[in-house]
Design a protein around this ligand. Sequence first.
Ligand code: SAH
Length: 262
Amino acid sequence: MTDRPKSYGRKSISATLKPRDLMTPTPRLAGIWTAQIITLFPATFPGVLGASLTGRALEQGKWQLETIDLRDFGLTKHKNVDDTPAGGGAGMVLRADVVGPAIEQAISKAPPQTPRIYLSPRGKPFTQETARAWAQSPGVILLCGRFEGVDQRVLDHYDIQEVSLGDFVLTGGEIAAQAMIDATIRLRPGILGNATSTVDESHSNGLLEHPQYTRPSIWKGHPIPDVIMSGHHENIQKWRSEQSRALTKQRRPDLWTKFTKK
Ligand code: SAH
């Protein structure tokens, strides 16, 4: 047994709060990029988003994260959220009359142009382009599924787009949500600082990035390529660009074809 309190009270913003405490700031700050996450597992947030640059930015109020606990919308005293699939089959499906009110709560708090997304392996693949579009919107509403997913009628009724993290199946949408928010937040102004550029990294110009090196100049007998150590800026750029093209051609013929057709 620990003496941890059973429930967490409301907390206001202060400099000493951890990212998790900052997730539902009161009052909610208007005009700040906000992710609203509908999930059965709110304790999994901010998760990795609470670390490093995204975590610091969250503490600084450069973006906000709010979880909506799907269990709060559960039915009967057991707070049921799921039921067996209509038509039969394995597993359970999240009910429309549970997910619906949760979505409505999120929609009511968000500017109208906020993307409404269901994390789903059937969705359109998430790409750098998606991250760029979301970074320019006022925020996102992300619905994390569990079990076999959610009743289709909710997706249709609220015009929710399905977006996938990749061609594999996770047990829930939470990891996908964190990955997508991370990729989005780092494109917002003032998150990465001047040192890091989102201009020449992988996927920003249609190519994969060149190899990177740092000290020591010789490690286990492997030197850093001479050209990199030459100090000749133009040659370095040329080498990086060649490497970038060669890597893309070799590893991602799909991207290479797209790039050469541009
Ligand atoms: N029966 C579904 C899979 C359900 S997996 C199907 O075959 O399509 C359970 C939940 O995990 C989903 O509702 C979704 O929210 C999440 N999920 C699983 N794989 C995902 C992926 N590749 N991208 C985004 N979310 C995913």
